[in-house]
Design a protein around this ligand. Structure first.
Ligand SMILES: NC(=O)c1ccc[n+]([C@@H]2O[C@H](COP(=O)([O-])OP(=O)(O)OC[C@H]3O[C@@H](n4cnc5c(N)ncnc54)[C@H](OP(=O)(O)O)[C@@H]3O)[C@@H](O)[C@H]2O)c1
Length: 262
């Protein structure tokens, strides 16, 4: 059974963090490393990971590659295996966004977003479950979004991918409940990262969001949720308002979102 009542402690643990070359993932990786956790850091930009590895070589192992590729996922599994021990934490953080109406968007945009934000996450997790199971106290942390709880216009592919991640996380949590593996779903609101500079096939579209958190703050909240073994955390007051208003009164939220679109 998971160590209920006792905090999950990163000290001396082994973690995999995807999307560790920027934003939330980089901050999560750095905060874990600074607390004596060894991090296997995954992303496509080698230079970014190499720079981090230079500063933290004894507790930081980069794996350069695209998580949608099976060969990258196999290299992650092999890298965990080379440590000759169990895996204690998997942070599925890598993700991409897209903005703009659904009808005129390409089928590739839908596929691209779903591949990174959902299918790659599910398959990487499937591959790493045997190593997580060997830990006496493992956690899978899935970085979702408030848009995985409440859908908004012009982000249909992204909302679909994060709703899928949400549903899959809830199901997996129940499946793993008696196997010493916790599942924490972290749902940030708008975060000041490189996310909006690399949108998939979205032209000059901009996101209309009020207020935002720096990635370091999101990372602190995510690690706190892991430590406290939370099933789900929704970050920021605005995010909570959006999600709880939608849960309490869906027709009202539908009206608000229709007005916002005009
Ligand atoms: N920013 C926001 O407003 C916001 C709000 C709510 C939720 N989120 C979620 O938070 C997570 C992190 O986003 P962020 O804001 O930190 O954005 P970010 O700065 O753009 O970071 C995204 C990370 O994912 C990696 N990545 C993207 N595609 C990848 C792929 N195919 N294979 C491997 N790595 C890949 C990127 O690295 P490389 O480019 O080097 O591969 C980068 O390290 C995402 O899941 C996002 O959906 C973000």
């Amino acid at each position: 059974m998971i160590g209920f009542g006792r905090r999950w402690d990163p000290t001396g643990k082994l973690a995999v963090v995807t999307g560790a070359s920027s934003g939330i993932g980089q901050s999560i990786a750095m905060q874990l490393v600074s607390r004596d956790c060894h991090v296997i850091a995954v992303a496509r930009r080698q230079q970014r990971l190499d720079e981090l590895a230079e500063s933290y070589s004894d507790r930081f192992t980069p794996v350069v590659g695209d998580i949608t590729s099976e060969s990258t996922r196999q290299r992650i599994v092999d890298t965990v295996g080379s440590h000759g021990r169990s895996l204690d934490l998997l942070v599925n953080n890598a993700g991409v966004g897209a903005i703009g109406p659904f009808e005129s968007a390409s089928p590739e945009r839908l596929r691209g977003v779903m591949e990174v934000n959902f299918f790659a996450v599910a398959e990487l997790t499937r591959s790493l479950l045997p190593m997580l199971r060997r830990s006496s106290d493992a956690v899978i942390c899935n970085v979702s979004s408030v848009l995985g709880h409440c859908a908004v216009p012009d982000k249909s592919e992204y909302c679909a991918s994060k709703f899928a991640l949400h549903g899959w996380s809830d199901s997996l949590r129940a499946e793993l409940a008696d196997q010493s593996i916790g599942v924490t779903l972290v749902s940030p609101s708008t975060t000041r990262s490189e996310f909006f500079d690399v949108l998939v096939d979205s032209g000059d579209a901009v996101s209309k969001s009020l207020g935002s958190w720096p990635p370091q703050r999101v990372a602190r909240a995510a690690i706190k949720a892991i430590e406290r073994r939370r099933s789900e955390v929704i970050l920021s007051v605005g995010g909570k308002l959006l999600v709880y208003a939608d849960r309490l009164c869906p027709p009202l939220m539908a009206r608000v979102l229709r007005k916002r679109k005009r």
